[in-house]
Design a protein around this ligand. Structure first.
Ligand SMILES: NC(=O)c1ccc[n+]([C@@H]2O[C@H](COP(=O)([O-])OP(=O)(O)OC[C@H]3O[C@@H](n4cnc5c(N)ncnc54)[C@H](OP(=O)(O)O)[C@@H]3O)[C@@H](O)[C@H]2O)c1
Length: 262
């Protein structure tokens, strides 16, 4: 706690998987707010981050990052730590959904490669990045690790009988959040899991369909369409006061601040 660096109202933020979707929207919103952002770039021949860099040359750093690779994570961490000693908010957003047309336990085929890949990106990726940057997080004012989770992680609300890879990877991510919190709580660190809602993005919508934005029918309803921009603004509001949503366990809430079931 003694090492914490006071930043006033401007924060230093790291976002993984920031080329598009929610990651890009979070980067854009935080830059708009005058913060300093390190954005993980993974996708080749995709230039939206570079366009933002032209607009915010002094505040945005684009960092090559493949969260599946320890080498890439270490290289990215070095590049970040060369430029900043402290990270207020680390947002583990990078994710994949590969469970297209996957079957149930009764089907003949099970795509173990896809399951392993999702666990590697969605769960281990967040762990690798957090491990590489945790000391810088603990030197900051906010000391906050954010894992972009999903309703798919919820055991209480699980109604699916397929999508093993995605659901198991997000449940593992939530468990990682608990373990990380237990390791950093005494130093003042905090962890929160956020569910974006059913978002219009590569992961969220079928390739041939423009998912419409639909207002939730009632507060607390968690399965509805939203957009990366709406979700990013909701998340940023929540991350201003993460302690409101957390206790002995990390918070687990959607972008409206509705509590999710573990
Ligand atoms: N959309 C939803 O409805 C929904 C619901 C619940 C949770 N989520 C979660 O929200 C987060 C953001 O997803 P999104 O909907 O914005 O989807 P998205 O547009 O596909 O964004 C995910 C980003 O992560 C990147 N990525 C993939 N593999 C990576 C790797 N190995 N290293 C670094 N980056 C990698 C993707 O790059 P490529 O585009 O090149 O793959 C993409 O830029 C994910 O964690 C997702 O699981 C989404």
């Amino acid at each position: 706690m003694e090492d914490r660096l006071e930043y006033g109202r401007k924060k230093t933020i790291v976002v993984t998987g920031a080329d598009r979707g929610l990651g890009l929207a979070l980067v854009a919103e935080y830059l708009k707010g005058g913060n300093r952002v390190f954005a993980g770039k993974y996708r080749r021949n995709w230039h939206q981050l570079e366009e933002l860099k032209e607009k915010y040359p002094g505040s945005l750093e684009i960092i090559e990052l493949d969260v599946r690779s320890q080498e890439s994570v270490e290289k990215a961490a070095c590049a970040i730590l060369e430029k900043t000693e402290a990270i207020d908010i680390l947002i583990n957003n990078a994710g994949v959904w590969l469970d297209h047309n996957t079957g149930t336990i009764l089907d003949e085929e099970m795509d173990y490669d896809a399951i392993m890949e999702q666990i590697n990106v969605n769960a281990l990726g967040a762990l690798r990045v957090t491990h590489a940057l945790i000391h810088a997080v603990l030197k900051s004012f906010d000391q906050l690790v954010v894992n972009i989770s999903s309703e798919a992680a919820s055991m209480t609300d699980c109604k699916k009988d397929s999508q093993f890879g995605y659901c198991m990877s997000k449940a593992a991510l939530n468990m990682a959040s608990c373990l990380i919190l237990n390791g950093i709580r005494e130093k003042g660190g905090a962890v929160i899991n956020l569910h974006p809602g059913w978002m219009q993005s590569v992961i969220g919508e079928p390739a041939d369909c423009d998912a419409p934005y639909v207002e939730p029918a009632e507060p607390g309803e968690v399965k509805y369409y939203t957009t990366p921009e709406i979700t990013a603004r909701g998340f940023i509001r929540i991350l201003e006061e993460p302690e409101r949503f957390s206790g002995r366990l990390p918070g687990f809430v959607n972008y409206r601040g509705d509590k999710m079931n573990w």
